[in-house]
Design a protein around this ligand. Structure first.
Ligand code: SF4
Ligand code: FES
Length: 253
């Protein structure tokens, strides 16, 4: 597609911290290139705000290449914006046209308190991972990969689940703020492989318990999470986790 420039109106959520109520501020950004990424467009706005002596918009980012999961924003009502299977940092301005008004908000969930503006605290995810504990492996040299036979189908499913970048879009997209897609991806990528089997049930129980403690809601199978996930993690992982959880709970009794 031809490279073009556009003038845009941004309605951006500004919020000092989680204790202070926030509000939308309107900014006009002119001469935005269709080649820019969404975050580069914010960089341009921030440069201008700084030169005007105003507070730049705080937003989270790190890799800017779809790996770290930091760039959590809701753009025009969609976590990570209008493109499917794409993080905000990989969203390009050619997704928009001249004269558009774009509404940008932080991920909204009780378990993700706003740190400032568009940046939320997603450390609840870290605590869920920690609750999952360890996998048992012998120390020493790594075993030759071919020494552990793994079914191709299981290897593929584990690999697909391991693509989860912990961004939290599944939570932001869910009307219940459920973290089940994230937790199920993290449980599945280990549980499907022989190395993750010994602690499989305990891991599922501990991670789900932590998820509930953090205040994420329950899953009611609306699949909004799968639709908004930038890594297209399948809801089949949730079904697998539910089976594991049930089995583990029965055995615990
Ligand atoms: S499951 Fe998808 S949306 Fe949820 S944290 Fe992982 S990558 Fe992000
Ligand atoms: S900044 Fe790392 S995934 Fe977007």
């Amino acid at each position: 597609m031809e490279h073009y420039h556009m003038n845009l109106t941004l309605k951006v959520w500004r919020q000092k911290n989680s204790q202070t109520p926030g509000n939308f501020e309107t900014y006009n950004v002119n001469d935005v290139s269709s080649e820019m990424s969404f975050l580069e467009m914010f960089d341009v706005l921030n440069e201008r705000l700084i030169s005007e002596g105003k507070e730049p918009v705080t937003f989270d980012h790190d890799c800017r290449e779809g790996i770290c999961g930091a760039c959590s924003m809701v753009i025009d009502g969609r976590a990570h914006g209008p493109w499917g299977g794409t993080t905000t940092c990989q969203l390009h301005m050619r997704a928009f046209k001249n004269g558009d008004t774009i509404v940008v908000e932080p991920f909204r969930a009780n378990a993700f308190p706003v740190i400032k503006d568009l940046m939320v605290d997603r450390s609840a995810f870290d605590r869920i991972i920690q609750a999952g504990g360890f996998i048992s492996v012998n120390t020493g040299n790594a075993v030759d990969g071919n020494a552990i036979p793994i079914d191709k189908d299981d290897a593929d499913k584990a690999f697909a689940a391991a693509a989860c970048i912990g961004c939290g879009a599944c939570v932001a997209a869910c009307k219940n703020s459920s973290a089940m897609l994230f937790v199920s991806a993290k449980v599945s990528h280990l549980a499907l492989l022989p190395q993750g089997k010994p602690e499989e049930k305990q891991r599922a129980l501990q991670m789900i318990t932590q998820m509930d403690k953090e205040g994420f809601g329950g899953c009611t199978n609306t699949y909004a999470c799968e639709a908004e996930c930038p890594k297209e993690i399948s809801v089949m992982n949730i079904a697998r986790l539910n089976r594991q959880f049930l089995k583990a709970s029965i055995e615990e009794e």
